[in-house]
Design a protein around this ligand. Sequence first.
Ligand SMILES: Cc1ncc(COP(=O)(O)O)c(C=O)c1O
Length: 405
Amino acid sequence: MFFDGKHSETSNKFIKNSPSMLNNIFGTEDVTPMWVADMDFVIANPIKEELLRLANRAQFAYEFDSESVFNAISKWFKKRHALELKTENFTQVSGVLTGIALLIRELTQEGEGILIQSPAYHQFAKVIQTANRKLVKSPLEIVDGNYQMNIEDIENKLSAPDINLMILCNPHNPVGRVWKKDELIELTEIANKHNVTIISDEIHADIIYEGHTFTSLMQIDPEHHISLIGSPSKTFGLQSISNGYIYTENQNLHQRVKAASSSMYLDHGNAFTTFATIAAYEHGEEWLDQLIEYLSGNLSWIKNFLSTELPEVKASPVEGTYQIWLDFNDLNLEGDRLIEVFGTAGFGASPGTWFDSNATSFARVNFAIPLSEIQKTFIALKQTLADINTHASSTNGASKKQACC
Ligand SMILES: Cc1ncc(COP(=O)(O)O)c(C=O)c1O
């Protein structure tokens, strides 16, 4: 099902391969792109067949059917996550970021603060700041080797009178946490105490690894928040056939969100997004199970390689998502120098500073690519680091010699 090796099709305009973007970030085009959270795999056959059927149809009159989309999503969440979602509580939007942008404008005023947990998916900052809202960050903390919410800090920040909205990322991009029930309960209690609405971005909900269980905010507090904002794009590799949905059982919120989406004519998909989404949720499960198995293999390989070959590079545990968050602090590598090393090694990871300006020694790697590519780039990274060390010690040696002679 998955192809191993480079993409052979040349007619695409994938952002991850864009020469200007690669040059801009890494100073070279010669990197394996692991910086965008999309996939190098072929989509599930039932989706492909549906898209081919549509393309062959060659008629594209107005065609909206959100009801069937919501039905397919509801059935999926019931089967996959034991979640009961009522079709009448959905609002369709064209993508998750569009949905968040709309919610920000609908639920807050210019100048108000919106809380995120840093490091965080970098577009959250942009979607908040371009709406002229204030970005407020609560840093995640590392406790016993894994990231945790800093509840005290969150409470402090949410108690400010000008903060009425928080964006939760569950599972969390980039650190890969799948928030547990008791963590979500604690969070909603604080939010409710301070009258703060949570937008729960659950776009990565379906990519969960063994030993972890996804809990939607829906299962914790369906009444007060935007319990779920999602899309089939991460799950099924449909990033450029974008479709999103917002779900809340709070009827006041639902009516406002629905009216806002409708007023901007965002509340419908197009033929491709509609049929692809239905095909994905109705017939994509077997493909997804195989995908998760493949991703688990990639993750195990990376963790094993790092612990045995590059123990100075620390990795987040990754409970969900196909992103791994790496820490190069023990190598004294940070900022531009770290990215320069990535360019030399062909290691096309996202700089950590995209997710948190303080994360200068961090990087995020998208590992939804063929294992052979992962192996190639991690081995090249190790070699580049070894070359730097050799060079540094020979330079030190030379200067010592000079000093002593
Ligand atoms: C947490 C999170 N939310 C939203 C998005 C983007 O979603 P969309 O393409 O539907 O706007 C991403 C993409 O990486 C993401 O990681």
